[in-house]
Ligand binder design. Structure first.
Ligand code: G1P
Length: 289
């Protein structure tokens, strides 16, 4: 079955960014001039997904507005250039792509968020992307994973090497063969302390799932942080089917964290054609002080 559907869990409280995220979803925070969620959507479109499912909360409407609302291009005073810009803003989502929105009434965890999309996912395989994991890659990580899925037809989760001291911020993967880029997953633990972490492979927010993950998620109870954890669903699924861990190519910025978010802004701003060089000179002079 073809992979068409992708879930964007965007209903979290974003408490690490309070007060900025009190009424604005953290996924709407911009890296330079584009909200995180738009980077995620563009990565999904590049990978060929055609049905985008946003799991959002009723009180946060700005994500839907960002993609669905239309700016008025017929104002009498708009110049040709401005009109082109407004038209571009009205076409962030290209024709033929479906956006659907479901609600997560309470922030009960990532696994719970994904289950809210079940009526739309039906019996199909699907992907999940966490927009606060911004990954700078020549070929988008989802594209890399979709290419692998074509051969494996199995669930694939993305991982990268982390400093074990930070293991309590990640799902940590155990694998069989460490010599390959794609490896069979043997175990996974959500946010273990460094001394309990089975490896230094941290899960990053890109996943492709066979449909049975939904059944696994329905059969687990509350885990770490008193939430329904996606990691626990994956762990249960390993007992019945193959799951692979893929060490992706790219640089990941943890934009759910203030420092990671600032680093992403600096890196992406340094590449900006208009002010990148000026920013670099500024940073150099600032560091000399
Ligand atoms: C979630 C997952 C975790 C994963 C991480 C990647 O945690 O639960 O397994 O490693 O995303 O960013 P969160 O960062 O939402 O707490």
């Amino acid at each position: 079955m073809r992979l068409n559907k992708i879930v964007f869990p965007v209903a979290g409280l974003g408490s690490r960014f309070f007060p900025a995220t009190k009424s604005t979803p953290k996924e709407m925070l911009p890296v330079v001039d584009k909200p995180l969620i738009q980077y995620a959507v563009e990565e999904a479109l590049e990978a060929g997904f055609t049905e985008l499912i946003f799991v959002t909360s009723k009180s946060k409407t700005s994500i839907r507005d960002h993609f669905d609302s239309k700016l008025n291009t017929n104002l009498s005073n708009v110049t040709k250039e401005k009109k082109e810009l407004l038209n571009k803003m009205n076409k962030i989502i290209p024709d033929g792509i479906l956006c659907k929105y479901v609600f997560q009434e309470e922030p009960l965890g990532l696994g719970h968020a994904i289950l809210q999309a079940k009526p739309i996912i039906n019996d199909e395989p699907f992907a999940v992307i966490l927009a606060d994991d911004l990954i700078d890659a020549k070929t988008g990580v989802l594209r890399q994973m979709v290419d692998l899925y074509r051969d494996t037809k199995s669930s694939i989760i993305s991982v990268h090497k982390i400093d074990k001291a930070y293991s309590a911020q990640y799902g940590i993967a155990s694998i069989t063969d460490k010599s390959q880029k794609i490896m069979k997953l043997t175990d996974i633990v959500e946010k273990p302390q460094p001394e309990e972490a089975p490896s230094n492979l941290g899960v990053v927010g890109r996943y492709i799932f066979c449909n049975e993950i939904l059944q696994s998620l329905e059969n687990i109870s509350f885990g770490t942080g008193n939430e329904i954890q996606l990691t626990d669903g994956i762990k249960l699924m390993i007992s019945t089917s193959s799951v692979y861990a893929y060490e992706f190519e790219g640089i990941r910025y943890d934009c759910g964290d203030k420092l990671g978010f600032i680093k992403a802004n600096i890196e992406y701003a340094l590449r900006n054609k208009i002010f990148g060089n000026e920013l670099e000179s500024y940073l150099k002079s600032r560091l000399k002080k």
